[in-house]
Design a protein around this ligand. Sequence first.
Ligand code: NAD
Length: 470
Amino acid sequence: MDMLIGGKHISSEDLAGVINPYDGETIDTVPIAHRQTADLAIFEANNAKHSLQEMSAFKVSNKLFEVCDKLKENRKDFAHLLTMEVGKPIRESLVELDRSIETLKLAAEEAKRIYGESVPLDAGLNGKGFFAFTQKVPLGVVAAITPFNYPLNLTIHKIAPAIACKNTVIVKPPTEAPLTVMKFCELLDDEFPDGVVNTITGYGSEVGDYLVTSQDVNKISFTGSVTTGLMISQKAGMKKVTLELGGNDPMVVLKDADIDKAVTGVINGAFLNAGQVCMGVKRIIVEEDIADEFSQRLVDKTKKLVMGNPLNSETTLGTLINEKAAMQVEQTVNNAVNAGAKILAGGIRDGAFYEATVIDNVKADMDLVVNETFGPVAPIIRVDSVDEAIEVANDTEYGLQAGVFTNDYANAMRCANEIEAGTVFVNKQSTFRTDNMPFGGFKNSGVGKEGIKYAVDEMTKTKLIGLNLR
Ligand code: NAD
């Protein structure tokens, strides 16, 4: 598939294959662009600013609704392509499509609500006699750099609010799974003037870095790993930056919890998308009194998952993004076992597949739970008290989301107040998000918020206009 720059299809001499992780077949190729092409994309995005900003909010909103309708019409084709390039079960791809449609709809609605406020300057010294108000002004060109695990919805979380507030966009999709995003950008391009949305493929370290350091890009909206995020924050200079980074989300299960509800939370939280979810359940912190019963029920339910061809509708566990990623997970689990942890279910790799794995007797200082393990693994850490549970939950450099299972409201509120994370859910796992909620982590999990209304704040600048009526 070609890139789309200034409304034109652009290729390159060098091409990269996009590989289906299930069967190793090449689905398509995309160009490996270099700096000159990134320059062209920056030029076209700047060139298109005027035509987008001339459009009324009414028109921008309607056009976003039209793109939304087209995505809905093509929902199944998009989901099929998504499963082919990511290896996630088709049922999960369809959910990603539904969320993408919802995210676009939220942005189309929000496009009509981008306004400032009147400011009482007379509340300040010498401010009497002024009438002042703010406006939310577009930033200019937004670069959206996105990861492989939810490529479509996470990219729409950037493109849609950016356009809703009249910024033009350059999208750098994930190297492993660029196709769904590129196909979506073609739908957008059909509705908006040329250059409003542009795509560029190639190495993150080359074209991504070029966008990050360019003086002619006004904002970097990045979702991906902490390592890349830190590099971007050091190089971006004065431009605005939003960083949605990795997670190591705890699930605290206290002794009075509804065990079945918590077990379902792990199944939906640790194994979704083969565990490749930023807000996935990565550490299960269980009070000792119920740990045996909890782990037994978890093992029973884990064994019911169906691993297989991601295009089959019964499949609930697909592949990881590639074999290398699966091998990394295998190695991390094996290291934990060598250090004393015990596998209760799973633990076997087959190519890019890794079985849903429950692992007990995990200690808080094992690599498996110190770093973000991006695979279908449910590590159980046993604790003796609520105090210890909170201490372990916070003993991490990450702080994306968290879940607490208990029926004791005092303990629930204590955990909610004391766990350092951008979101804490009570009786729900961390792996839950609605597309309108403020989403973004504390600590190394990131800077800034997404969720359409919140992303709009991060994609505009506030200008004050004051009239001296004295
Ligand atoms: P990654 O950081 O390797 O890549 C993300 C994107 O950055 C890709 O498009 C890549 O090409 C680009 N990139 C790489 N090097 C770059 C550079 N030097 N400059 C600019 N761009 C560069 O991440 P990944 O492996 O694709 O995704 C997995 C990670 O993303 C996990 O850590 C996961 O937790 C995180 N993630 C976070 C969220 C969130 O919302 N917080 C959501 C999904 C995934």
